[in-house]
Design a binder for this molecule. Structure first.
Ligand code: FES
Length: 362
């Protein structure tokens, strides 16, 4: 009887699918990102009425599958941003709670906008191609604080990535590579905030040899730290050049005129380390609920602003009143202290996403 019911549900779903196919135009493409547990992300086009799994297979991404009927659940993932529908989902494959959490079956999903999906296994399981290496040209380099520079790179063709992700950059004249978060939205003009160390391979290149027109190889996109579908207030927390990833997210939020409140916390050691003040203030013009708090851990005695650790200045009432998504990017001790603070305050409704970066000393 159960098998008979499943078949009936499937035939109904098939009829709905055919009807939808007849009604919808299928010539419009959407751009879709698949990201995996190993931090790799792949982009590919999907037709407006195309099954996501078919588009993935056509692009060489072999998502594990079995029934292709929405029953076994093998091809499941989670939609992180964008709009989609599903033709048929058997309750054995995904529960109503799974559906509330935007889980989906690739073999039943059709996208209705650009979208990003996450799969909780490594990309190698799908024989997926790795991140690409691309040539770029230095278009500008500016020192924007005592300890920070912004490197601007230009590409011949636009690069796809998710705001918050990072790239590995080759350092000209060496065989070294270093990782930096994108500080702007996807396109063919890229920006990266670079921490200037007293003696580091990239720092020395930026200070001593970097010229407009230099060629750099970059490998991207990388990383599982990226902006998800925005459905609730956002708290963005940057330590030092962790600001880079959050600037990329803020550019995206500003471009989409985000209607959710966004509170950026930015912590650095001294006043001379603060950067991009004008750019940060300008977000308030495009994001109606934008707030900004900067904190110095080692300020001069006459510093009139906030001092100490970032957690001492989090708006606890704001976080207690409403659920929120918190994105944290900074050095490991800062990230760990924020995780502990959330536990201590029992803020169970805060969904935490974080990226720890360690600075190479050479
Ligand atoms: Fe079985 Fe998609 S392959 S649900």
């Amino acid at each position: 009887m159960a098998a008979h019911l499943t078949l009936r549900r499937r035939s109904l779903a098939k009829a709905r699918q055919l009807l939808r196919g007849a009604l919808e135009s299928d010539h419009m493409n959407h751009k879709v990102a698949f990201s995996f547990a190993d931090g790799k992300t792949l982009f590919f086009p999907v037709g407006a009425n195309e099954i996501l799994l078919d588009a993935a297979l056509r692009n060489g991404i072999k998502i594990p599958l079995d029934c292709r009927e929405g029953v076994c659940g093998t091809c499941q993932g989670r939609c992180e941003s964008g709009h989609f529908t599903q033709d048929y989902v058997d309750e054995e494959a995904l529960s109503s709670l799974d559906l509330q959490h935007r889980k989906m079956l690739s073999c039943q999903t059709r996208v209705q906008s650009d979208a990003a999906f996450y799969f909780d296994f490594d990309s190698s399981l799908c024989n997926a191609p790795g991140p690409v290496q691309i040539r770029s040209t230095v278009s500008a380099v500016q020192q924007v604080s005592a300890s920070t520079a912004i490197l601007h790179l230009e590409l011949e063709t636009p690069l796809d990535f998710l705001p918050g992700q990072y790239a590995r950059l080759s350092i000209p004249g060496t065989d070294s590579w270093r990782s930096y978060s994108f500080a702007n939205r996807p396109g063919n003009q890229l920006q990266f905030l670079i921490r200037l160390l007293p003696d580091g391979v990239m720092s020395n290149y930026i200070r001593e040899r970097c010229q407009v027109g230099d060629e750099l190889l970059l490998e991207a996109p990388l990383g599982a730290f990226y902006l998800r579908h925005v459905t609730q207030p956002l708290v963005l927390v940057a330590g030092g050049t962790g600001l880079s990833a959050l600037l990329g997210m803020l550019d995206e939020l500003a471009a989409n005129a985000c209607q959710q409140p966004v509170h950026l916390y930015y912590g650095v050691r001294g006043a001379a380390d603060l950067c991009e003040a004008t750019r940060i203030k300008a977000y308030a013009e495009k994001i109606p609920g934008f707030r900004y708090t900067e904190v110095l851990s080692d300020p001069p005695p006459d510093w009139p602003g906030k001092r100490g650790y970032l957690t001492e200045h989090f708006d606890l009432a704001e976080l207690r009143d409403q659920s929120a998504d918190m994105y944290v990017c900074g050095p490991p001790p800062m990230v760990e202290s924020i995780k502990q603070w959330l536990l201590d305050q029992a803020l169970d409704d805060v969904q935490l996403y974080y990226e720890k970066f360690t600075e190479s000393n050479i």
